[in-house]
Write a protein that binds this ligand. Structure first.
Ligand code: FES
Length: 282
């Protein structure tokens, strides 16, 4: 666990202030406000560019078992001044897209490549550029679109060259099969939810390129996915907790937090914050 101060929910950059096991846990707690967040520590080159948060911590391993030493580090977190963002998602029913896209991680300063969904797999590439970084060129976007199968003749496209905004959406049999958003990415969460669920685009088609963080029709979005192992969303957890389920009942009901345990800290946090929780309007 990396304990960090969250300035806001924007993408943040953590810089090391000091590292060392000499700083005991209670001293860290005294030095930082009681705000916790959890960041992935085991992502390697298959999932992100750069070294990730593990680069902030100690490189020590146990000499016998070669297990990594427990990670203790104090950090300062500051907002990363991003100049642009890119999100590209594509259903990967045949498999293999995640592996095929891994070389793309090296094409960006900051990028992640993940999988979403459980019944259907969706490859999701996200990239960010700094404030001084030029946005991806049309040629690069076209190359990425081709690599993700987002270049077929029936693709819907929107381009605003002056603002550097580019968007694509692929609809197959009324289902959103993939999308690409560059520079203006507010709709990322609900578009990804739509791709994962295979929901109908009948009522949403005209809104696919709108700069909206929530869908304007067709019911509430599921919200951010908290448990990736079992595809359980934040709003589903909030609804269960509001209905009176405790952590054990939640796990029995949806299986979240019963496999890799990565989501358990966040589930526990949501349970302790129960009085303040309520399903968020979609
Ligand atoms: S992410 Fe929830 S159990 Fe793995």
């Amino acid at each position: 666990m990396l304990r960090i101060l969250i300035i806001d929910e924007s993408r943040a950059r953590a810089s090391e202030l000091c590292a060392g096991l000499a700083m005991a846990g209670h001293q860290v707690a005294a030095a930082l406000p009681s705000v916790l967040d959890y960041v992935p520590m085991h992502w390697g080159g298959r999932f992100m560019s750069g070294l990730g948060v593990i680069a902030l911590t100690l490189p020590a391993n146990d000499p016998v078992s070669h297990q990594p030493e427990l990670k203790h580090v104090a950090v300062q977190v500051e907002k990363l001044a991003t100049g642009w963002q890119l999100v590209a998602m594509r259903r990967d029913d045949a498999g293999g897209l995640h592996a095929a896209l891994q070389p793309w991680l090296a094409r960006f300063d900051h990028a992640t490549l993940t999988l979403a969904g459980r019944e259907s797999t969706v490859a999701v590439l996200r990239a960010w550029g700094g404030a001084d970084s030029p946005p991806p060129s049309p040629e690069l976007l076209a190359e990425l679109a081709a690599a993700m199968g987002l270049d077929s003749p029936q693709i819907l496209a929107f381009n605003d060259a002056r603002r550097g905004v580019a968007k694509r959406a692929l609809i197959e049999e009324d289902r959103l099969a993939g999308a690409l958003l560059c520079k203006e990415t507010r709709a990322t969460d609900w578009l990804l939810d739509l791709v994962v669920r295979g929901g109908s685009t009948a009522e949403l088609r005209k809104w696919l390129f709108a700069p909206l963080a929530t869908p304007p029709a067709a019911g509430p979005a599921r919200g951010r996915i908290v448990c990736n192992c079992f595809d359980v969303s934040e709003n589903e957890i909030r609804a269960d907790l509001a209905a009176g389920l405790d952590l054990a009942a939640l796990q029995a009901n949806r299986k979240c937090g019963t496999n890799c345990d990565s989501c358990l800290p966040e589930l526990r946090r949501m349970v302790t914050e129960l009085p303040a929780l309520a399903p968020q309007a979609g």
